[in-house]
Ligand binder design. Structure first.
Ligand code: FAD
Length: 345
């Protein structure tokens, strides 16, 4: 996109991956951006994420896939500088235990599960051969995709935003109107916080627990995630350890790791990867995915008249779609600036 000359004063509520990427898109376009975040970046759901770029538990699939394809391009580029950005390209296998449904479903030509455009866009993606599948997997895909070390990536995003002139402030916002009091535009990237802030009762937590273990030598990622399943199995080799997942519990609010759940997660993974049986546990993590029947990415005029670009409800795919969504936020802010918005949705 070309740069603009008439800059906007923007308040972004939320300093997770969605808020920071949106803020960067705006700041690098020349706008004055201030991020207001209740939590430090390492205290957000984004910091807990396993960091795989693959659409999962996010709706509507059609839009999400387009955002994911855009993010794939950006993250592939960032993966050229892994030390600086936290992003790397890693080979892996996405499998399903059943023949239909989920992110990894055996969907024949890839149309039925809504991910056809994704399969077409990922360079080199192909069907896994039987000998490449762990026992118990019916089918799967092999692909080299971005895998993001999220704590490192969030630090990179904060540095990049600051370098573009953006400001990050630790502050809890009581209302979007308050956030936008002296601004031209508010961008609402408050994740689960949108439940109270908007308020939007459609936003709810899908709790995810994972275990970080000492890596016994696994270099590829592996995911078996059937749509709607409460328990999934995934392995994501990160520089800080091997991330073993996971769970997806609708409307569970606790962020306390459950030792029995952790044990079950590792046991499940060890059935397919026996070398995990004796792997030393380094950390336990729990995060609340900000789920919604569909991502809300649209402009609304707040009661005080200030336009607000909502960008929340990314469920289990926020890392995967963040850069694609950030592009749309910038486009919507420009439309507001040019007097062509806001649309209502
Ligand atoms: C276990 C687990 C594994 C995951 N793995 C993946 C993965 O591999 N790939 C993937 O794409 N996604 C994954 N996800 C999903 C991903 O983490 C989320 O979709 C993403 O982090 C959402 O980002 P966000 O910025 O919207 O929310 P958050 O990271 O939760 O950030 C919300 C921000 O809003 C701020 N905020 C909220 N309310 C207020 C307020 N009133 N005032 C001020 N600030 C406020 C918070 O402080 C925070 O800064 C995973 C999630 C979990 C839990």
């Amino acid at each position: 996109m070309t740069s603009n000359t008439d800059d906007l004063d923007v308040r972004v509520v939320g300093g997770g991956v969605i808020g920071l990427t949106s803020a960067i898109a705006l700041a690098e376009d020349g706008h004055r951006v201030r991020v207001l975040s209740r939590d430090a970046a390492d205290g957000t759901t984004s910091a807990v994420a396993g960091g795989l770029c693959w659409p999962y538990r996010i709706q509507p699939y059609e839009r999400a896939v387009a955002w994911a394809v855009r993010s794939f391009q950006v993250l592939t580029d960032l993966a050229r500088r892994p030390e600086e950005t936290g992003a790397r390209m890693v080979m892996g296998t996405m499998t399903a235990t059943t023949g239909g449904g989920g992110a990894a479903a055996d969907a024949g030509d890839g149309v039925e599960d809504g991910l056809a455009a994704w399969y077409a866009a990922v360079p080199g993606l192909r069907r896994a051969r039987a000998e490449e599948l762990p026992e118990g997997s019916a089918s799967g895909w092999r692909a080299r995709t971005p895998l993001v070390d999220m704590p490192a990536h969030l630090r990179y995003l904060e540095r990049r935003l600051t370098a573009a002139g953006g400001v990050i402030e630790r502050a809890e916002v009581a209302s979007l109107e308050e956030a936008g009091a002296s601004a031209d535009v508010v961008v609402n990237c408050s994740g689960l916080g949108a439940r109270e802030l908007v308020p939007d009762p459609g936003v709810h937590p899908v709790q995810g627990q994972l275990v970080v273990v000492e890596n016994p030598g696994i270099e590829e990622w592996y995911v078996s995630a059937d749509s709607g399943a409460t328990d999934t199995t995934y392995l994501l080799p990160q520089p800080y350890g091997l991330v073993v997942g996971g769970t997806a519990r609708e409307n569970a609010w606790s962020t306390e790791p459950d030792p029995a759940v952790a044990e079950a997660i590792v046991a499940r993974a060890a059935r397919r990867f026996p070398e995990l049986t004796r792997a030393r546990v380094l950390a336990h993590k729990v995060g609340l995915r900000p789920a919604r029947p569909a991502v809300r990415l649209a402009v609304e005029r707040l009661s005080g008249g200030v336009p607000c670009v909502h960008n929340y409800g990314h469920g289990g795919g926020g890392v995967t779609v963040a850069w694609g969504c950030a592009d749309e936020v910038l486009r919507m802010a420009r439309e507001v600036q040019e007097g062509r918005g806001p649309a209502h949705r």
